[in-house]
Design a protein around this ligand. Structure first.
Ligand code: IPM
Ligand code: MN
Length: 366
């Protein structure tokens, strides 16, 4: 298999973590005799500095000419502290999602037994937690017009707008996914208050006729926020709109023990992007301490969802699990004996490449 992968490291720790994901992909390519070509592009604060645009045209062209995109992180405190900044790195993310039509954001929550002690939830709640959130990504309040301030500055407004078509295309993906899993789909909304939520319900209820094997459940977002914490094992596939999905996926991410573990896929009808759900962690940038696992697992999602390479994807996931089982983790997961970003990435790459041996005591690759 020959594939071109666009790599957009972005800001903060983006460089360090995507480097480790590329390492894992190269190890997979070695084992399976694939050819992956990596081409790098600018996004976020770095792109503003060099090109005055957080998602420059060259980056868009690179993404559109690649088979998949590996994304790092976006965000720089310089812009967060400047309320007058005209362009912000995050605009690059929204522009990219929209330009590439990445309408479905898939974020998994899996609880690894080895990390139970890191989860704020009680152990008995963590058994068998494995759910996916399908978050709508290119519409809703993030893109709804009008949005702004009244002339006198006394009022502000945002618009949530959804069309049946926008709901249908992501709902179909979520139904298909549920069909291949535990066959339960939970639509999270606020249909008791919002008209858009009622359109989501009606549309999903209609579609459910095409998927008789999938059990559909409707849940208000306030109840879902509680249930994710009190009974996370209940869920299989959650489908929700942009803003609710943003909030609930952050909530769900703490269940696994660290945000540094959660990968994601952003899918459209033409392009597919993969990257961690965490931000740019500016405090950790350049310190070789950020957790590369979310980025490495994003590479695993890429192999499966963009290239249909299941065995390759599985190999990365089991290498990650093995590294964690041997305590080869970064500081966020282990305060006493921890390893650097690079060491964790090296160990995972060595575990992928069965020709190499690893001494787990010293994390030396032999
Ligand atoms: C995310 C982020 C973004 C979002 C921000 C940075 C605009 O929080 O990817 O979840 O809200 O979508
Ligand atoms: Mn978010």
């Amino acid at each position: 298999m020959k594939k071109k992968i666009a790599v957009l490291p972005g800001d903060g720790i983006g460089n360090e973590i995507t480097k480790e994901a590329v390492k894992a992909l190269k190890a997979v390519a070695d084992v399976f005799d694939h050819e992956f070509e990596f081409e790098y592009g600018l996004i976020g604060a770095e792109a503003i500095e060099k090109e005055e645009d957080p998602f420059p045209w060259e980056t868009e062209r690179l993404c559109k000419s690649s088979d998949a995109i590996l994304f790092g992180a976006i965000g720089d405190p310089k812009y967060d502290q400047d309320p007058n900044a005209k362009v912000r790195p995050e605009q690059g993310l929204l522009k990219m999602r929209s330009a590439l039509g990445l309408f479905a954001n898939v974020r998994p929550t899996v609880s690894y037994p080895i990390l139970f002690e890191h989860s704020p939830l009680k152990n008995e709640l963590l058994k068998d937690v494995n759910f996916l959130v399908y978050r709508e990504l290119t519409s809703g309040v993030y893109f709804g017009k009008p949005s702004g301030r009244s002339e006198d500055g006394e009022h502000a407004y945002d618009t949530i707008l959804y069309s049946k078509e926008e709901i249908t295309r992501i709902a179909r993906m979520a139904f298909e996914s549920a069909k291949s899993r535990k066959k339960r789909l939970t639509l999270v909304d606020k249909a008791n208050v919002m008209a858009t939520s009622r359109l989501w319900r009606a549309t999903v209820a209609d579609l459910s006729k095409d998927y008789p094997e999938v059990t559909v459940e409707f849940m208000f977002v306030d109840k879902a926020a509680m249930k994710i914490i009190t009974d996370p094992g209940h869920f299989d596939v959650i489908l929700t709109e942009n803003l609710f999905g943003d909030i609930l996926t952050n909530e769900a991410s703490v269940i696994a023990g660290s945000m540094g573990l959660i990968p994601s896929a952003s899918l459209g009808s033409e392009f597919k992007l993969f990257g961690p759900i965490h931000g740019s962690y500016p405090g950790g940038a350049g310190k070789n301490k950020a957790n590369p696992i979310a980025s490495i697992l994003s590479a695993a999602m890429m192999l499966e969802m963009a290239f249909g390479a299941k065995a390759e994807s599985r190999l990365i996931v089991s290498a990650v699990e093995e590294a964690m089982n041997h305590g080869i983790v970064t500081e966020d997961l282990e305060s006493e004996k921890f390893y650097t970003t690079e060491q964790v990435g090296d160990a995972i790459a060595a575990l992928i490449n069965s020709d190499k041996m690893i001494d787990f005591n010293t994390v030396t690759i032999i």
